[in-house]
Design a protein around this ligand. Structure first.
Ligand code: AMP
Ligand code: MG
Length: 330
């Protein structure tokens, strides 16, 4: 009898060990890695110690995409297009897909989103060393004469930029596009729960392991990184923010930020300070957050309302908030 008790106590302990082994801490253990790509801090969070090796695969994918999409890295697809002097260039399928999407959002936003804005971006040189200078009207006019997404032609994987002085800057859509590709990769590996963060782009996979939604904070413009104005609950969606505070400089008390109006080459000046888009695709959210920022509160919100499964929060310089009809925050 005594032996039986000891044995059953032993089996109970064994069962507990087995149970924790299958569904306990190690399965739900958070594994995360952080890096620096595309000029910004990126991180991937998964659950389960057995998934840790996938983090390295995600970072090597990011490295591959950076090598394809970088404007500055010699022989990247984008560098090759920008140095093609109007001649056709062979690019990867991923680059062709990225450029096709960029063209789609150019049409959808009636030119507010235009990746051929690169000559103007170069003039402003937001990433450069201070002291910063404001480009002259003449400089802007000259650069603007080479901004026109219709000059970008894509046939399969052959890309032609029909203006030797034109160039492209995929910075307004690339992070979202890459986040989507990383999510595809992780889902193919059977991942049901995860979070991908590329700077202002957050893309979720499923829910948290306990089946509750993710809480994604929307940053307070110019606040501390930890200060938020709202929290969105997501289960698989993307949350992308374009904000003036991400890249700007000040000259004589005026703030000049990096989201440019392709009509005049100047920072979009319509009272907005950030636009957040919640959507299924992060590439769509990325392009739309930039596009809606340029379009401004009225036209930008009208565009969001015309799209399915797309919600937005617009924040103005005085921190007033405007939300789309289906936007839900806490
Ligand atoms: P985001 O942070 O996604 O809003 O992207 C802003 C970045 O996209 C800028 O730093 C520029 O590199 C580029 N950009 C600026 N203005 C535009 C525009 N109107 N259309 C497309 N890309 C833009
Ligand atoms: Mg964007």
């Amino acid at each position: 009898m005594r032996q039986f008790r000891i044995l059953s106590a032993f089996s109970a302990v064994l069962l507990m060990i087995l149970l924790t082994g299958c569904s306990g801490p190690s399965r739900n253990q958070k594994v995360t890695d952080t890096g620096f790509f595309f000029d910004t801090v990126v991180s991937v969070t998964l659950y389960g110690a057995e998934n840790e090796p996938l983090l390295g695969d995600c970072f090597s994918l990011m490295r591959d995409y950076e090598n394809m999409f970088s404007r500055t890295r010699e022989n990247s697809d984008i560098w090759n297009i920008n140095h093609s002097c109007g001649k056709p260039v062979e690019v990867s399928e991923e680059t062709a897909a990225l450029l096709q999407m960029a063209k789609y959002y150019y049409e959808l936003s009636e030119g507010a989103f235009d990746i051929t804005v690169a000559p103007v971006v170069s003039l402003w040189d937001f990433a450069g060393e201070s002291p910063h200078t404001v480009p002259s009207r003449e400089e802007l006019k000259k650069a603007l004469s080479h901004v026109d997404c219709r000059k970008l032609e894509i046939h399969g994987t052959t890309v032609t930029l029909n203006d030797p002085e034109a160039s492209i800057d995929p910075g307004g859509i690339a992070k979202g596009f890459i986040a989507d590709r990383i999510k595809d990769f992780l889902e193919d590996q059977g991942i049901k729960s995860g979070l991908i963060s590329l700077g202002g782009n957050v893309l979720t996979i499923g829910t948290k392991p306990d089946s509750t939604p993710w809480n994604i904070a929307i940053r307070k413009p110019f606040g501390e990184a930890s200060e938020s104005v709202a929290t969105v609950r997501t289960a698989g969606e993307s949350v992308v923010t374009s904000g003036t505070y991400e890249r700007y400089f000040e000259v004589d008390g005026t703030l000049y930020h990096h989201i440019l109006n392709p009509e005049n080459g100047c920072p979009a000046d319509n009272g907005l300070t950030s636009v957040t888009i919640i959507s299924d695709s992060s590439a769509a959210g990325d392009a739309l957050s930039t596009a809606c920022f340029v379009l401004g509160p009225e036209k930008g919100m009208a565009l969001v309302e015309s799209l399915e499964n797309t919600e937005a929060l617009f924040i103005t310089e005085d921190l007033s908030m405007y939300q789309s009809s289906g936007f839900e925050a806490q």
